[in-house]
Ligand binder design. Structure first.
Ligand code: HEM
Ligand code: HEM
Ligand code: SF4
Ligand code: SF4
Length: 399
């Protein structure tokens, strides 16, 4: 029999892969918080239930968001884990840090916290795990002095996040890092002071590969795309073929709109039919590239299931140029916020509000014309009528 105090957690250290138990144990050598976290977690495995209470409001002066309360329901047994809050630190665009910057963050965290972090949380932030209520102001002061800021939490703009974009990737159709930085700066108030019905997530992806999974995770997804033709280097296509790529079955037949042709010499694309899915470009990145008239498609409404079921985002604006100072984009964002502020009920995400009031009413309120790109398939329900459509027809008839 082992005399370990955490026999159940020890099971999760076995095997060659990284283990969160190993990491918590390392932190526990110097941190009482991490030690009690380990104890509480073992108890959770034993009792087969969590020992965290739900939520709790904590924060720092002047901010409403940024820190997520976490309290233990067995504080007498594990005083080090009694207050074990999550501090969200606003990460740099694209998660680029110098080693100095990382050391600085880690030093602050070793001084006050459990030494445990999430790099990065799902929203994108650098996450400090296990802050005590009494230490929050000091942590915030030190972060601010070192020019770091807290991210979003609660019913506010969550920390905007993006893919590495043009910094590391040739597919980027706009500068995701610059836009993320700009929106973060422009919406500081909305980021730190929760005044919305519920959370609002921006995610910027440089191309339809959508490496930040914005389509599933963002209320407002800005996904790079192009309006002109896919750039084709025919010689490079031929080289792929020579080297054994089966262009017919690996590219042509997998094109979702079947808009490509390959006669063994020349690749032809009917760009009007192309949905910019990126498949062919991903298969032959040396031969094919997105076009040069680039911008982004704006999608709206993704969310995970809480009040209602999960929703993937859908097209709101098929194409928009994304260039500083991003006025058109910000106008759109602010119109949507106004409508959501006025009509959203507590804990209702924008996607749910659109489902409740209907896309038609939503579009009218934010002044956007309906377009075929907004729907996934033609109408199959004869019970839905388009009043305006009939009104227009009548007017036309009388003229
Ligand atoms: C040449 C003959 C016919 C033509 C051109 C015709 C055309 C149409 C059209 C255009 C609609 C509207 C579809 C829509 O709103 O999407 C319709 C609906 C309908 N037709 Fe006909 N129709 C014909 C014969 C008939 C006959 C013989 C019957 C019954 C015995 C019939 C029963 C219906 C019914 C019940 C609907 C309503 C369907 C619904 O709303 O679900 N039709 N028809
Ligand atoms: C006791 C007998 C019947 C019952 C209980 C019944 C019930 C219904 C119900 C509940 C609906 C759906 C209404 C809606 O969703 O708005 C419907 C629609 C319909 N029924 Fe019946 N029905 C009966 C007999 C018939 C018969 C005998 C016919 C044709 C000869 C018929 C033709 C239709 C048609 C064409 C529709 C579609 C109406 C439309 O598209 O506007 N029904 N019926
Ligand atoms: S989303 Fe596109 S641009 Fe961004 S990293 Fe992925 S492939 Fe590159
Ligand atoms: S991007 Fe997708 S839809 Fe467009 S041509 Fe390539 S495979 Fe077809």
């Amino acid at each position: 029999m082992s005399d370990s105090k955490t026999p159940l957690l020890d099971e999760l250290e076995k095997g060659p892969w990284p283990s969160f138990v190993k990491e918590i144990k390392k932190a526990a050598r110097t941190s009482r918080k991490a030690k009690d976290l380990l104890g509480q977690l073992e108890l959770s495995y034993k009792d087969k239930k969590t020992h965290w209470k739900h939520g709790g409001i904590v924060g720092v002066r002047g901010y409403g968001g940024g820190i997520i309360g976490r309290f233990s329901d067995v504080p007498e047994e594990f005083p080090g884990a009694a207050h074990f809050h999550t501090v969200r630190v606003n990460q740099p665009s694209g998660w680029f840090y110098t080693t100095d910057a990382l050391r600085q963050l880690c030093d602050i965290w070793d001084k006050y916290g459990s030494g445990l972090t999430n790099m990065h949380g799902s929203t994108g932030d650098t996450v400090f795990l296990g802050a005590g209520s009494d230490e929050l102001e000091d942590i915030f002061t030190e972060l601010s002095k070192a020019e770091w800021d807290l991210g979003g939490s609660g019913s506010d703009v969550r920390t905007p996040s993006c893919c590495v974009g043009p910094a590391r990737c040739e597919f980027a159709c706009y500068d995701t890092l610059a836009l993320t930085y700009d929106l973060t700066m422009a919406y500081q108030d909305e980021l730190h002071r929760p005044l919305f019905p519920y959370k609002w997530k921006f995610k910027m992806a440089g191309c339809p590969n959508d490496c930040v999974a914005s389509i599933a995770r963002a209320d407002f997804s800005i996904i790079g795309t192009w309006r002109d033709e896919i750039r084709i280097d025919q010689a490079a296509v031929a080289e792929y073929a020579e080297k054994g790529l089966d262009i017919q079955s690996d590219a042509i037949r997998r094109c979702p709109t079947r808009c490509m042709k390959w006669d063994g010499n020349t690749l032809k694309i009917n760009d009007h039919q192309c949905t910019r899915c990126m498949h062919c470009i991903n298969v032959m990145p040396k031969a094919l590239r997105p076009g040069t008239d680039t911008g982004a498609v704006i999608l709206i409404g993704a969310k995970a299931p809480i009040v209602q079921g999960a929703i993937l985002s859908s097209v709101l604006v098929p194409f928009m140029k994304i260039e500083p100072p991003y006025e058109e984009l910000k106008d759109l964002i602010e119109k949507i916020w106004e409508f959501w502020d006025e009509h959203g009920v507590a804990r209702e995400r924008i996607g749910e509000l659109i489902q409740r009031v209907g896309l038609g009413n939503f579009l009218e309120a934010i002044d956007i014309e309906p377009s075929p790109q907004m729907i996934t398939q033609p109408r199959d329900n004869p019970y839905i009528f388009y009043e305006e459509y009939y009104a227009e027809e009548k007017e036309g008839g009388e003229a």
